[in-house]
Write a protein that binds this ligand. Structure first.
Ligand SMILES: Nc1ncnc2c1ncn2[C@@H]1O[C@H](COP(=O)(O)OP(=O)(O)OP(=O)(O)O)[C@@H](O)[C@H]1O
Ligand SMILES: [Mg+2]
Length: 506
């Protein structure tokens, strides 16, 4: 018998509740982030947590794991109210949080980073370090990360993986994953889900935050949705829900998916011509992009797509290569991002902590800063122009904050991503390169971002989108380049850009 989706979380008498919050509230300054949230998580289940950017997901799991203090409310572990909640107490009780931004100790090796979760717990007990190390090395095998690699030298994806593996390795009984899959490849994701299923069969409980409905449907048993800091509904039976049900719960309305009107670019004259781009293993003899064309770039990590963008933006040394814009002469690749900006090349990094400037600077300052660097070729902006510019992106990207003077590091993860995007868009580039532009962005805003990039392309900007998001590639780009071992292995256009083709890149 099938039942209609119930959007009310019913406590099932059969399963024990392992973690529960009651009347939970959180106020940051004057901002109410959580209001009267009641939520229970049953032992041995994978519990999805959904909601728009800024809905309060990270705040909620931050409180559950002792990293943030609630303003009001009670946390129950195994139905016992907790009097004192901090990170140490919660980790001791077996509750681990993997945060949205990787927490990695740069000077330690990959294997040592995995073992970090074990250290404080068993400092005074007996630890078989040799065996532990062997276990860590075994766990890293097949992830493409060398056990003795210095963590600081690893790329964003590898750092995320280490963060996740550490929680798996910690022996926790409740593991909370805050957007763990952002920018993982299809293979990585499958591997993570396998891990989760295996640990679940051993009785581990997961709380899993994701903006991808298909992931929630695939891996979760139950789901809860937050909307504007309140509990907006949920289900103990995810199997009875559809992706549309989830979007509606999250947004409070239906979702209209953006679909780019695909255009034929083979006829037009190229606007950007790249020649002999070599950097490390990267080897691109020739690539032309037309004005207004959106080129998707994908492949396995290290395949070359990201390396190409970083070389073009002056973040990675190139041993050879020229870039020619239609209205100019061939020039060597920029040696530095400031030079790239001045040439009309902009890049949104996928590692906003490392390369972007997520800081205590305000949203407005963040948005106008790069624009000023870019405009330094010509004019300077006065304060009024600066304000108008940042206000425009603040509004068009729907950044959720009281105003644009708010410090960026108080924003939710998805809203920080929007600020970074605003920064590069504001430079008015000729070639715009976006590395995972919708990572961490909710389903609704994702459509807005794709629409904004689409509109920008219609003004003649050439765009490269580096993405592991199959759905985004299928809906938003004109042509896809699949990179492998530093080279363009395959090019797909029009109807050939299919989900099934992009799912199997190995
Ligand atoms: N340290 C802080 N100081 C002030 N406000 C904060 C702070 N941390 C979070 N907030 C605010 O609390 C609200 C909820 O943020 P939270 O990070 O919990 O959202 P989220 O659901 O995790 O969103 P996302 O999907 O973007 O990660 C947001 O409006 C955010 O700006
Ligand atoms: Mg968050």
């Amino acid at each position: 018998m099938t039942t209609a989706p119930t959007f009310r979380l019913e406590a099932s008498p059969a399963a024990r509740t392992v973690l529960r919050v009651e009347n939970l509230g959180k106020i940051y300054g004057g901002l109410v982030a959580l209001r009267d949230v009641d939520l229970s998580v049953r032992a041995g289940t994978i519990h999805g947590l959904l909601g728009e950017n800024g809905a309060g997901k990270s705040t909620l799991v931050g409180i559950m794991s002792g990293q943030r203090k609630p303003t009001s409310g009670t946390i129950y572990l195994d139905e016992k109210p907790l009097a004192h909640v901090d990170v140490q107490a919660m980790e001791k009780a077996g509750v681990f949080l993997v945060t949205q931004e990787p927490m990695i100790i740069d000077h330690l090796s990959a294997a040592e980073n995995l073992m970090l979760g074990i250290w404080p717990k068993r400092r005074f007990g007996f630890v078989n370090w040799r065996k532990l190390r062997q276990d860590a090395e075994r766990m890293l095998k097949g992830t493409g990360i060398a056990a003795d690699a210095r963590a600081g030298a690893l790329d964003a994806v590898a750092r995320r993986k280490i963060n996740i593996l550490r929680a798996m390795f910690s022996g926790g009984k409740v593991i909370i994953l805050d957007e763990p899959t952002a920018a993982l490849t299809v293979d990585d994701r499958a591997q993570l889900f396998d891990f989760m299923r295996r640990l679940k069969s051993e009785g581990v409980t997961f709380i899993f935050i994701s903006h991808f409905n298909d992931e929630i449907l695939e891996i979760c048993d139950a789901v809860s949705v937050l909307r504007d800091g309140r509990y907006a509904g949920g289900s103990e039976d995810v199997g009875s829900l559809t992706s549309e049900d989830l979007s509606e719960l999250v947004l409070g309305r239906g979702l209209v998916l953006f679909e780019r009107e695909k255009r034929q670019f083979s006829a037009g004259a190229p606007a950007v011509i790249l020649k002999d781009i070599r950097s490390g293993t990267l080897d691109v003899p020739s690539l032309a992009i037309r004005a207004g064309e959106i080129v998707g770039v994908t492949g396995l990590p290290g395949g070359g797509g990201k390396e190409l963008a970083r070389a073009l933006f002056g973040l990675q040394r190139a041993s050879s290569g020229t870039i020619t814009f239609v209205d100019g002469e061939a020039r060597t690749l920029p040696a530095h991002p400031a030079e790239a900006f001045a040439d009309g090349i902009a890049y949104l990094s996928d590692d906003r902590r490392k390369d972007g400037s997520i800081s205590q600077m305000s949203i407005a300052e963040n948005i106008s800063l790069s624009a000023e660097v870019a405009l330094a070729r010509g004019a300077f902006m006065n304060a009024e122009q600066e304000r108008a510019l940042s206000q425009r992106y603040f509004q068009s990207l729907g950044i959720k904050a009281p105003n644009s003077e708010v410090a960026v590091d108080t924003l939710s993860g998805g809203n920080q991503q929007k600020v970074c995007l605003g920064r590069v868009l504001a430079t008015k580039p000729k070639l715009l390169m976006l590395d995972e532009p919708t990572r961490g962005i909710d389903v609704g805003v994702k459509q807005d971002v794709l629409r904004i990039v689409d509109e920008l392309s219609r003004t003649g900007v050439s765009v490269i989108i580096i993405s592991t998001d199959t759905d985004e590639l299928v809906r938003a780009v004109d042509r896809v380049l699949i990179f492998h071992n530093g080279r363009i292995r395959e090019e797909l256009a029009g109807e050939a850009i299919s989900r099934s083709r992009l799912r199997n890149l190995g």
